[in-house]
Design a protein around this ligand. Structure first.
Ligand code: MN
Length: 280
C-alpha cells in the first residue's frame, strides 16, 4: 500500500497515476484529548484504510504531496553511514569544517527538529544561502509500533513503512542538529510504502539528480549499520513510537544546491519525488 498525504491534509492510496482520496477514513481514528499521545495517530492506525471508501481519484500530477507522516515524535538520523561517504567527508573540508568525522559507531544517532519536516510539494526553502547547503538523499524508515530494546532480528516487525528522505544540511561549524533543522530541511515523500511491499530494506537503489545530473547513486546494501541494526541501537537509548522517523544516512556524492535548483530523488520500490529549491 502506498499512502499519500496531499493538498489540504487529505489522505489516500496511490494506485497507478492517481491518489484514491480516502480522507473520510480519518473519522475512524480514536478520539484524543489533551495531552495528546506521543505518536502519529494515522501511522499508528493504518488499518483504517482497509475498508475505506474512495470519494474521488486525484491525478498525481495535480496533487501537492505533503509528508506522509504529519506528526513525527522524533526524527532520528544516522550520520555517515556509508563507507564511501565517510571517505568523502574526511577528504573535503567543505563537508567536515575541521571537525572530527567519526564513524557512526562513535558518533551515535542524532535528532532533527520535527518542525523541519515538509513534503515534496512544499519544497525546500534555503536559509543562510551564503553558506553551503547540501542535499543528502536517504532511505527513511517510519516506525509503526511502540518498542524499546528491540532485537535486530525483530526490528523489521516495528516498521510501518518506508519513504524517501532528504536530510538537507547547512555545512559549517555548529552542531549538526542545528544545521539540519531549519524549516523544510527534512523532506519526506512522495508517500509511505508499507513494509509488506519492501521485505528487504537492505537492497534498494537510492539516487538523486539535481537539475537532471545524477549526484548520488548507491544501494542500501552498502549501509555500515543496516536498518535492523539502527532500530536496535536507537531503541536501546529511547522508546520508539509510531510515526517516529529514522533517516538511515546518505551515500557519497553530497553537494550544494541553490535557489532555482530542482532535485529528483528516487528509491527503488518506493518511487520518485521532485523537490524545488527556493530561498526562504
Ligand atoms: Mn544525513
Amino acid at each position: 500500500m502506498r499512502i499519500a498525504r496531499f493538498d489540504n491534509n487529505r489522505v489516500g492510496i496511490v494506485q497507478g497515476g492517481g491518489i484514491h482520496d480516502m480522507t473520510g477514513a480519518l473519522e475512524q481514528l480514536p478520539a484524543q484529548r489533551y495531552p495528546y499521545p506521543r505518536r502519529d495517530a494515522l501511522i499508528a492506525n493504518l488499518e483504517i484504510f482497509e475498508n475505506a471508501t474512495t470519494v474521488r481519484v486525484v491525478p498525481l500530477s495535480r496533487a501537492e504531496l505533503l509528508s506522509p507522516v504529519a506528526n513525527p515524535g522524533k526524527i532520528m538520523a544516522a550520520p555517515v553511514n556509508y563507507k564511501k561517504h565517510l571517505e568523502e567527508a574526511l577528504k573535503d573540508k567543505g563537508i567536515h569544517h575541521g571537525k572530527l568525522v567519526d564513524e557512526i559507531h562513535k558518533a551515535g544517532i542524532f535528532l532533527k527538529a520535527t518542525s523541519s519536516v515538509v513534503g515534496p510539494g512544499e519544497g525546500v526553502r534555503l536559509v543562510h544561502t551564503e553558506r553551503r547547503n547540501d542535499h543528502e538523499v536517504e532511505l527513511a524508515v517510519v516506525i509503526g509500533k511502540e518498542g524499546r530494546n528491540i532485537a535486530a532480528d525483530d526490528a523489521l516487525d516495528f516498521v510501518a513503512g518506508y519513504c524517501i528522505g532528504l536530510d538537507m544540511t547547512i555545512r559549517g561549524p555548529e552542531d549538526r542538529s542545528f544545521r539540519k533543522s531549519p524549516d523544510s530541511y527534512t523532506v519526506l515523500g512522495p508517500w509511505l510504502v508499507t513494509a509488506d511491499e519492501i521485505p528487504d530494506p537492505g537492497a534498494l537503489e537510492v539516487k538523486i539528480e539535481v537539475n537532471g545530473v545524477v549526484k548520488q547513486r548507491e544501494n542500501t546494501a552498502e549501509l555500515i549499520l543496516s536498518v535492523p541494526q539502527l532500530i536496535a541501537w536507537a531503541s536501546s537509548f529511547y522508546t520508539l513510537y509510531p510515526g517516529d522517523v529514522l533517516l538511515t544516512g546518505t551515500p557519497q556524492g553530497v553537494g550544494p544546491v541553490k535557489p532555482g535548483d530542482v532535485m529528483l530523488a528516487t528509491i527503488e520500490r518506493i518511487g520518485e519525488m521532485r523537490v524545488a529549491v527556493t530561498q526562504a
